[in-house]
Design a protein around this ligand. Structure first.
Ligand SMILES: Cc1cc2nc3c(=O)[nH]c(=O)nc-3n(C[C@H](O)[C@H](O)[C@H](O)COP(=O)(O)OP(=O)(O)OC[C@H]3O[C@@H](n4cnc5c(N)ncnc54)[C@H](O)[C@@H]3O)c2cc1C
Length: 415
């Protein structure tokens, strides 16, 4: 009997297992999913916890519940991939042989890479990440106490998963602090290594305007060198300093250690794949999906979902020695909470940056693109249900995995 092993039972690994078990060609294969724990966290919820918009207890569910019955679930740390022997090595020393391997180990926040962050006296006192549930809960408590001063939201380096989440945090924080009214005086400052609010020029301009309109100061091109804990300041390599009373930071995001050690990863520990087929560049028996890849698009749950529409049929073809015919186009869609009960929607791929217009649902132009709307906010809040009930089980969504131009407004000079 042949084996598929899936490393990681997060968004991508769970979807992969669900979709692979539906394929006839794998009827007689064993499918094994490995994860270090049984806690599947709904990560988009980390953004809402600090502002009391989502209870922390709703975020975590049992991974097993969302995996197909036919797949075996092994709860253990993966310590190595022995590619010569085609074996995955677990912490207990057990070795899982594979014929095909899917790496879906996501990203790891690395506060240890910034001097003065994890090892500083302000860590989890005035300095918090919000890409972990613990950090999000810590921020919730601190935000309640913050009466005056500077709330700094900072991105250490790119790429990070969900690159819009820090912007959303700044906008939601400004709204949260505004609503508390008189007697409170807190400035929100957004500090980024980029030269604007976002990576893509048109979206960056629109988002930059929104931040300015809301009175959020933006500090650009800030390459963080360290945190000065005595003075509560971020320090950049070019000597600039930004003072904070409370810091919500996104530490460097790297790939997992096991990915780094696989011999298949780039210098940020992300697996080098063919960006269209999702097959590892250096090993045809290894595939990768979700945040663990080095594909040049956003690291997002939506991306992991769209990737599956290429990865699964390509894997089905590969095991039958057929050509790989499915191509992932880099499609990403991201809701951006902008506060005041509204959100923006971005839709883009490798070649097309986000444009204004309407995003089609069941072919009908429905959601506003690149501009705030209540319906976008309602859809973002509703995404939680879609995530558990449609995305993870690998059910089709009411729009295409390939990005469509229908409903988009192309600027005159780009036609
Ligand atoms: C604050 C925030 C907001 C977000 N908002 C959105 C949003 O609105 N929309 C959206 O589409 N996306 C959003 N995302 C991004 C989305 O959550 C991720 O892109 C998605 O979860 C990636 O899935 P993944 O399977 O690649 O990684 P993960 O879901 O992180 O899964 C990786 C798994 O690998 C396991 N693992 C790692 N190493 C090992 C090992 N050595 N041994 C065993 N197991 C291991 C981990 O335990 C984990 O379960 C957000 C993320 C954050 C942090």
């Amino acid at each position: 009997m042949k084996n598929i092993v899936v490393l990681g039972a997060g968004t991508a690994g769970t979807m992969a297992a669900n979709m692979l078990t539906k394929e006839k060609v794998f009827e007689n294969w064993t499918i094994t999913v490995v994860d270090k724990n049984n806690d599947h966290e709904y990560q988009p919820g980390f953004l809402f916890v600090p502002f009391g918009m989502m209870p922390a207890k709703r975020i975590t569910k049992s991974r097993r519940k969302f995996l197909p019955k036919r797949a075996a679930f092994v709860q253990e740390d993966v310590v190595a991939i022995d590619r010569d022997a085609q074996v995955v090595v677990l912490e207990s020393g057990e070795r899982l042989p594979y014929d095909q391997l899917i790496i879906a180990t996501g990203t790891v926040p690395r506060p240890d890479l910034v001097p003065g962050m994890e090892d500083g006296s302000l860590w989890y006192d005035k300095v918090f990440d919000f890409y972990t549930l613990k950090g999000a809960e810590g921020l919730k408590a601190e935000l309640k106490e913050l009466k005056r001063g500077r709330l700094v939201v900072n991105v250490c380096e790119m790429p990070i998963k969900c690159p819009v989440a820090p912007l959303e945090f700044a906008l939601l924080a400004q709204d949260y602090l505004r609503k508390r009214g008189r007697g409170f005086d807190v400035d929100v400052v957004f500090v980024t290594p980029l030269d604007g609010a976002f990576t893509k020029p048109v979206a960056s301009e629109a988002l930059g305007h929104l931040l300015a309109e809301r009175g959020i100061e933006v500090v650009t091109d800030f390459q963080i060198e360290s945190i000065d804990n005595e003075r509560a300041e971020l320090v950049s390599y070019d000597g600039r300093r930004v003072h904070f009373d409370l810091l919500a930071t996104v530490p460097p995001n790297h790939g997992s250690k096991v990915a780094a050690d696989s011999g298949l990863a780039d210098e940020a520990d992300f697996i080098e794949v063919n960006k269209h087929t999702l097959q590892a560049v250096a090993d045809p028996n290894v595939w990768c999906a979700g945040d663990a890849t080095n594909v040049p698009t956003s690291k997002a749950g939506s991306v992991a979902h769209f990737e599956m529409d290429a990865l699964v049929p390509n894997l089905v073809a590969a095991v039958q020695d057929l050509p790989l015919t499915h191509s992932f186009d880099g499609h990403a869609n991201c809701f951006i909470e902008s506060g005041r009960g509204e959100a923006l929607l971005l839709d883009f791929n490798y070649d097309q940056e986000p444009l204004p217009g309407r995003f089609p649902i069941y072919g009908v132009p429905a959601l506003r693109l690149l501009g705030p709307s209540y319906l976008n906010h309602a859809s973002k809040m509703g995404f939680e249900l879609v995530y558990w009930n449609m995305l993870l089980p690998g059910r089709p969504l009411p729009f295409s995995a390939d990005m469509k131009m229908d409903g988009k407004i192309v600027p005159e000079d780009a036609r």
